[in-house]
Design a protein. Sequence first.
Length: 258
Amino acid sequence: MTILDKIIADKHKEVALKKQLISTSQLEQYPLFDRATSSLANALRQGSGIIAEHKRRSPSKSVINHSLSVQDVAQGYENAGASGMSVLTDGKYFGGSLDDLILARASTQFPLLRKEFIVDEYQILEAKAHGADAILLIAASLTKEEIVSFSAFAKALHLDVLCESHNKEELLKSIVPTVDMLGINNRNLKTFDVSIQTSKDLVTLIPDDFVKVSESGISSVNAIKELQPYGFEGFLIGENFMKTDNPGASATTFINQL
């Protein structure tokens, strides 16, 4: 069992429990549910292309940063000129929560991506109800049919969809019209090794009508300048900013060098 398999198994149990507490009709009554969303895909094409992440810890790195408030991080990223922010909402493995999404939404205007292990439409309703503008789908843990149905459901809620892949097989099943952004995750799920060569190798399979996003292992401006000629318009950066005392200042310095 990979770490992703364990997370997905736990996520199915977690969602089943949540459904017993809060119904879908209750989620639809949340104050943020009717909020007009902003397109992350458009923001990437028109701005810096940086999706800056809020991440407290991860299975591969354990603790990254537990000392910062999510609203300070969010405001710092927005002021830095990031095109959007990725908010990890998984609790068990990443130390996040839906409260992080609400606090980020309350303190900023730019697009927010709910980064979660989505296994059920319920989680997409949660994303909308807590102020997200976009959701992440992970091709490694979903069938083609699930990618089609989940992305269509998200689009009906006016949420953008980023679908991430680690290899050719995952990428090919992700190319569906209701996905806006196709992400290449440079991390090998089995070894945790990271190489931006993965992005370069797979990008030729992505049609030009999708926003191309490179994820993981992007820790330098040079890496972005290396990837841009391949057609990448979005770059998800997490640990690089979060491992500092001031992620917003770190992001500002980074973006100013682009």
